[in-house]
Design a protein around this ligand. Structure first.
Ligand code: B16
Ligand code: MG
Length: 214
C-alpha cells in the first residue's frame, strides 16, 4: 500500500467510546414511547446522525410523532447525553490513541476528525486532544450524514489531500461505507462486525504501526 499523507478519524468508537451514553439516552426516549430498545437495537444506530437515529427508533417501534415532539426528543436526548459525559477526560481515550496521534504528528501526517456528532469539538476538548487536529468536520458541517462520504471528503479537502492519500479510521458500518464511497482506504477498529468490509482491520489502535502507512 502506498504511504499516506493524512489520517482522518471518526470520533466515537475510535478515539473514545461514549456509545453506552448514547445508548442510555436513546433507551430513555424509546421507552417513553413504549418502544423496546436494547444494545441490539442500539447497534443499528452507530455512526448515524442524531436525526437519523431517532427516525430509526421510530421505525423500529412502527410509530410516528409530530415534528414538534420529534424536536423535543432530540433536545432531551442530547441534554441527557451531555450530562452523562460531563466527567469525560484524557483517561477515557481508547487504547493506543495518544501514541498514534503523537507519532503521526511527529512524522508530519496531517490529522483531522470526521464525525457525525454535533458534540465533537466539545468532546475533543474534554479529551485534551483538540490541538492534534488541523480540521474537525462534525455533524454541523455536512448536508449528508454517513454513510454519505461528505464528512470525509470535506475533511480531505480542508487538509488539501486527495482521498487516495488518506486513511480513514472508523468503527461503524455506516462510516466504513462513507470512507470507501469517497475513495479512502478504510481502517476498521474495534468492531468485529466490520472486519470483513474494512480494507484493514484491527482490534484497537495499539496494533497500528504509523511507519507502515505514512
Ligand atoms: P450527536 P461518530 C456518532 O459519532 C455516534 O457514533 C452516534 O451514535 C451518534 O448518534 C452520532 O455521532 C450523533 O451524535 O447526537 O452527539 O450529534 O461515531 O460519527 O463520531
Ligand atoms: Mg463511530
Amino acid at each position: 500500500m502506498s504511504k499516506k499523507r493524512a489520517f482522518l478519524f471518526d470520533l466515537d468508537g475510535v478515539l473514545v467510546s461514549t456509545e453506552h451514553n448514547h445508548f442510555l439516552a436513546w433507551q430513555r426516549c424509546a421507552h417513553s414511547l413504549d418502544i423496546p430498545f436494547t444494545e441490539k437495537e442500539n447497534e443499528l444506530l452507530k455512526g448515524f446522525s442524531r436525526v437519523d437515529s431517532l427516525k430509526k427508533i421510530l421505525e423500529l417501534g412502527n410509530k410516528s410523532i409530530s415534528g414538534e415532539k420529534f424536536e423535543a426528543f432530540l433536545i432531551s436526548k442530547n441534554d441527557f447525553y451531555l450530562e452523562s459525559i460531563q466527567d469525560l477526560n484524557q483517561g477515557n481515550l481508547l487504547p493506543g490513541v495518544l501514541d498514534l496521534l503523537t507519532q503521526a504528528k511527529e512524522r508530519g501526517v496531517r490529522l483531522g476528525v470526521g464525525s457525525s456528532s454535533k458534540n465533537a469539538n466539545f468532546i475533543l476538548e474534554k479529551l485534551q486532544i483538540r490541538e492534534f487536529f488541523e480540521v474537525v468536520i462534525d455533524g454541523n458541517g455536512v448536508s449528508y450524514p454517513k454513510p454519505h462520504p461528505e464528512v470525509f471528503l470535506n475533511g480531505a479537502k480542508a487538509l488539501g489531500v486527495e482521498p487516495a492519500n488518506c486513511l480513514v479510521f472508523e468503527d461503524a458500518e455506516s462510516g466504513i461505507a462513507a470512507a470507501q464511497a469517497g475513495g479512502f482506504t478504510a481502517v476498521g477498529v474495534g468492531n468485529p462486525n466490520i472486519a470483513n468490509i474494512a480494507d484493514i482491520y484491527m482490534n484497537d489502535l495499539t496494533e497500528f504501526r504509523v511507519e507502515q502507512y505514512a
